[in-house]
Write a protein that binds this ligand. Sequence first.
Ligand code: IMP
Ligand code: MG
Length: 186
Amino acid sequence: MGAVREFPYSFIDRVIIPETDIRTRVQALGEQITRDFQDSDRLLLLGLLRGSVVFLTDLMREIRRPITMDFMSVSSYSKSQSSGFVRIDSDHKTNIRGWDVILIDDIVDSGFTLRTIRKLLLDREPRSLKICALLDKPERHKVDIPIDYLGFSIPDYFVVGYGLDYDEKGRNLPYIASIDLKKGED
Ligand code: IMP
Ligand code: MG
């Protein structure tokens, strides 16, 4: 019976952030956002697909304000190297003009993705625009990006779980784990 509870990903190295720590942190972020948007009835959580989905859906249940959610799908032109070119595969549906928007992503690496999308959204004249990320790898930043709500800062590991993937795998892990590519070869 034990085996069916295990996640069959051979590339997992070790757990960096356990499930309980994520839950506690997400609750605190939800409380902070609830306080900060006490006067807002037009709060939009705008998630970047697909990495932010698990984080966003947990976070929204910790925000005690009326909220709307929407999504954008974006990808970097270059897979392995952060190129700075970000392609919009699918845009959000809501007109954000006059809305308080919180842009949500799973992780800030080079910072190019959030910088690009932030600029684009500002042109659409939201009332306010904040950035929220579950994880940040400060050592990897190539551009400055203001993160208003951050879950955790981590060292320069490649991580999976809680929405983040390695080659589309590992998103369903309830914790954040580092990966070992040598283990992933089988
Ligand atoms: P940036 O534009 O370089 O900041 O890239 C951010 C995007 O790269 C994130 O939204 C993730 O999709 C992906 N990414 C960066 N680091 C990791 C990681 O450690 N695990 C999984 N995805 C990552
Ligand atoms: Mg992403």
